[in-house]
Design a protein around this ligand. Structure first.
Ligand code: FES
Length: 104
């Protein structure tokens, strides 16, 4: 099973088992880390905002237009911002590293 590496808001690293087909948001939420994900993964809230390690950015599918629109409304957006509910776990993402963005 792939592993996803998540830095929480205190800078602590969590290495999480990530079932293929789940979203990164679901993996983070299932692990009990503080991610609001208010819309449940419908790309309608931006409360699953994460920063993707720059070394991984080019290996992800680019964001769809809906994700880009939601990120436009998020706070503290960076070039490496993504909505974690829109990143689907694949075997190729083993080792993906993200950091939880600040809460609203
Ligand atoms: S959970 Fe709402 S946009 Fe990702």
């Amino acid at each position: 099973m792939p592993t996803i590496r998540v830095y929480d808001r205190e800078g602590k690293l969590h290495e999480l088992d990530a079932p293929v087909g789940w979203s990164v948001m679901e993996v983070i939420r299932e692990a009990g880390l503080p991610i609001e994900a208010a819309c449940g993964g419908c790309c309608a809230c931006a409360t699953c905002h994460v920063y993707v390690d720059p070394s991984w950015l080019g290996r992800l599918e680019p964001p769809h237009a809906d994700e880009t629109l939601m990120l436009d409304e998020a706070f503290q957006v960076q070039d490496n911002s993504r909505l974690s509910c829109q990143i689907k776990v694949t075997p190729e993402l083993d080792g993906l590293t993200v950091t939880l963005a600040p809460e609203f």
